[in-house]
Design a protein around this ligand. Structure first.
Ligand code: BTN
Length: 339
């Protein structure tokens, strides 16, 4: 496998930039290696799935790139400030969150990303499982070491949901929405979710793992029937597959920029952007909380990302952890049967 900065990767760089046939001699000169070394590297790249045409009088041309996350590792195509400076790509694993957690314990640098082509035991929020078939979707975990209070960590999951929406919108004419706290919906069905796991003391975060799962190219039949919330994929909505590597690259770029902005400007822009994507502001909701199910009107999102619920007749509840289990659209009206 070609590593970042390796000869194979440099050849790819030359071919990608040229977008035409490049003679073997040019490559030799550019890299300072022999013709046979170029040939060996091209063969290795072909074995990894790259389509490289070779014509004896003209040289080599890159015609196709495999939709494999290895490509992301090798051809980052962007200069991240933090998120994506190191990308670990795995063919399969139990859960990328567990891998990123282990790296966190070992002192890995902030912004390290673990991506897998398949998860054997993908984890969802609240102990649920996350369906993770091979080479179909995106399963990524980002290791962060933010200097914020543990109580502010949920803002980072909200930020990730916003950046997911931005990435979906830049991929195709889609209209993503967020269901509190951080489920991303397309046409009212869940397309992506975020699982944050935090290693912290009372006053400080050692590290935070942001696990992001996006259903990209799953067909409707691949979803099990017993899901708690209706699910979809980008492919189901667009009726065509999406390029997973391109999507992952854009998402990492957006996360990197969004995180930088969060560190510089704080929570206010995150909250504002989140509210723009919110699926149910002012609606009547049923929310499952550690204290039980609450019914009320979604009045606001507070500075720490808690859902502010107006519970009739006049109680205000701030909900930090929970799940919106039923939406009852109807701005400002209490639905029938409730008061
Ligand atoms: C949710 O329940 O909405 C959260 C789903 C999070 C799934 C992602 S996939 C990558 C990372 N690894 C995991 O095991 N879970 C998260």
């Amino acid at each position: 496998m070609a590593r970042h900065g390796s000869q194979g990767e440099k050849i790819l760089g030359v071919l990608r930039q040229a977008q035409r046939f490049v003679s073997s001699q040019e490559i030799c000169q550019e890299l300072g290696i022999s013709r046979s070394a170029v040939w060996k590297q091209v063969e290795a790249l072909r074995r990894q799935g790259y389509g490289i045409e070779g014509v004896s009088s003209m040289g080599y041309r890159l015609s196709t790139v495999p939709d494999s996350f290895r490509v992301l590792e090798m051809e980052r195509g962007f200069e991240p400030l933090r998120i994506g400076r190191r990308i670990v790509v795995l063919e399969e694993t139990d859960s990328t969150n567990d891998d990123a957690w282990r790296l966190g314990l070992q002192g890995a640098e902030e912004g390290t990303v673990v991506i897998a082509e398949m998860q054997r035991a993908g984890k969802g929020r609240r102990g649920r499982r996350w369906i993770s078939p091979a080479r179909t979707n995106l399963y990524a975990s980002v290791l962060l070491r933010p200097s914020v209070l543990p109580s502010e960590a949920s803002l980072l999951t909200l930020l990730a949901a916003v950046e997911l929406c931005e990435t979906l919108k830049s991929t195709a004419p889609l209209e993503p929405r967020i269901k509190w706290p951080n489920d991303v919906l397309l046409n009212g069905k869940k397309v992506a979710g975020i699982l944050a796991e935090m290693h912290a003391e009372q006053e400080s975060i050692h590290f935070l793992v942001l696990g992001i799962g996006v259903n990209l190219n799953m067909s409707q039949e691949m979803f099990p029937e017993e899901l708690t919330y209706p699910a979809t994929s980008v492919q189901c909505v667009l009726e065509r597959p999406v390029e997973r590597v391109l999507f992952a690259r854009r998402l990492l770029q957006n996360l990197d920029q969004g995180y930088e902005r969060f560190l510089q400007e704080g929570a206010a822009p995150v909250r504002e952007r989140w509210l723009e994507y919110c699926a149910h502001l002012s609606d009547w909701l049923e929310v499952e909380t550690p204290k039980g199910i609450l019914m009320g009107r979604f009045a606001d999102l507070d500075e720490e990302g808690a859902l502010v619920l107006e519970v009739p007749p006049s109680r205000i509840e701030r909900i930090r952890a929970g799940d919106v289990i039923r939406l009852s659209p109807g701005k400002g009206r209490m639905p029938r049967g409730h008061g």
